[in-house]
Design a protein around this ligand. Structure first.
Ligand SMILES: [Mg+2]
Length: 396
């Protein structure tokens, strides 16, 4: 069997998505991958169209590992979010094809199910603690057991001079001191209102210094969060040692990582409790599974990134891996724009707070290409930039 064509589609059914379709010489046999890198979509599309697609034509789609090694190690320049997102898209499409050839869902090819479904957590963000508690109660009524709590910290600043603000993005203010007061107060309120049972986590989005992260983790200990996510910036991961030494709050990290070696010190030193890598940015199912195996050896669980800025194809891949690995922790779930259903079919579905995938061959997702064409790329779909009161850049 041979790969005969590789197509890149860009569509915006409420969010920008870059999709990869790998076609074969078998009539009707193709696979879909997700090549979406939020805010840098066209860079991945160009990498695939101009550099990677020509390398795939004529290759055997069944040789997933060899293709992964060929694209990662065989082309000299490697790694980084653009190339690893492109590689993930190829990897997902090839697993999709392999499942269709075998007539089996991908979780079956990964060793078969170890569980019936993947426990999901729901974003229950709010303007204040009361709104978050209400959102958690509403999610509990739907069957959710796990929740992410993000609160608006009352604005401590406004821009002294908006004339030089980067107009290709929009900015939001951030100050660390009120943030560090607001999150423990939020958790105190949520535990008073909701009791000890709800599994509640908070995402720091890499915004704190190591000592600030240590203070926050220590302050949250009494409220036993499920985990504290991405407490520090990803560039100097060894700083997590300080956070670890100063609290017993479970830690999660990894959505900005691009390969297994970034996870390695956090795993082997047991500095985290959940690996949060994004299957769409870490090189796909093949790489995610290897990371899960390494984490399993150190009693660390997987909690794959599941934001609405990756396509339902990645969300399906998440759940297929969740279903197969023994060290699954929890799966982030997202609410998509309604237009998404015009373009994608067969993605995972929620039932009683758990994500399910069908036993359809491959990843089980498909794309209506004509519908996708009705939603052209939207070039200003950028995430906001955070700035401090003095105008300086703050980590997103
Ligand atoms: Mg996050």
């Amino acid at each position: 069997m041979k790969i005969t064509d590789v197509k890149v589609l860009i569509t915006c059914p409420g969010r920008n998505y870059v999709l990869l379709k790998i076609e074969t010489d078998q009539p009707g046999l193709y696979g879909w991958g997700d090549a979406t890198l939020n805010g840098r979509e066209l860079a991945v599309a160009a990498a695939l169209r101009d550099h990677i697609a020509p390398l795939l034509i004529g290759r055997d789609p069944g040789r997933i590992e060899d293709t992964w090694q060929y694209l990662f190690r065989g082309t000299y320049w490697r790694g980084g979010p653009v190339l690893m997102t492109a590689l993930a898209a190829v990897d997902l499409a090839l697993w999709d094809i392999k499942g269709k050839v075998a007539g089996l869902p991908v979780y079956s090819l990964l060793g078969g199910p170890t569980r019936a479904s993947a426990m999901a957590y729901r974003h229950c963000d709010g303007r204040d603690a009361q709104e978050i508690a209400d959102n958690i109660r509403a999610a509990q009524a739907l069957g959710f057991k796990a929740f992410r709590a993000q609160v608006d910290v009352p604005s401590t600043s406004s821009f002294p001079n908006t004339t030089w603000v980067d107009r290709t993005t929009y900015s939001q203010p951030f100050e660390d001191a009120p943030y560090l007061r607001a999150i423990p107060a939020l958790f105190e309120y949520l535990r008073q209102e909701l009791g000890d049972e709800p599994l509640i986590l908070h995402d720091v989005h890499e915004r704190l210094t190591p000592i600030q992260a240590s203070q926050l983790a220590g302050a949250l200990e009494a409220y036993h969060p499920l985990f504290l996510e991405d407490p520090i910036r990803p560039e100097h991961k060894e700083s997590l040692r300080l956070v670890r030494q100063n609290s017993r709050v479970p830690l999660a990290m990894g959505e900005l990582f691009n390969h297994r070696w970034e996870c390695l010190p956090l795993i082997t030193e047991q500095l985290i409790d959940y690996v949060r890598v994004d299957i769409a940015h870490i090189g796909g199912i093949s790489e995610a599974r290897k990371i899960a195996v390494m984490a399993e050896a150190y009693h660390i669980q997987m909690a794959f990134h599941g934001p609405p800025d990756v396509a339902p194809i990645t969300h399906a891949a998440n759940v297929h891996v969740d279903m197969a690995i023994p060290n699954f922790g929890v799966q982030e779930s997202s609410i998509f724009p309604v237009e998404i259903e015009d373009v994608f079919t067969g993605g995972p579905w929620l039932e009683n707070g758990h994500l399910h995938v069908s036993d359809a061959p491959g990843l089980g997702t498909d794309v209506d290409e004509q519908a996708a064409a009705r939603y052209p790329y939207h070039p200003t779909e950028y995430l906001p930039t955070l700035r401090r009161a003095d105008g300086s850049v703050q980590d997103w």
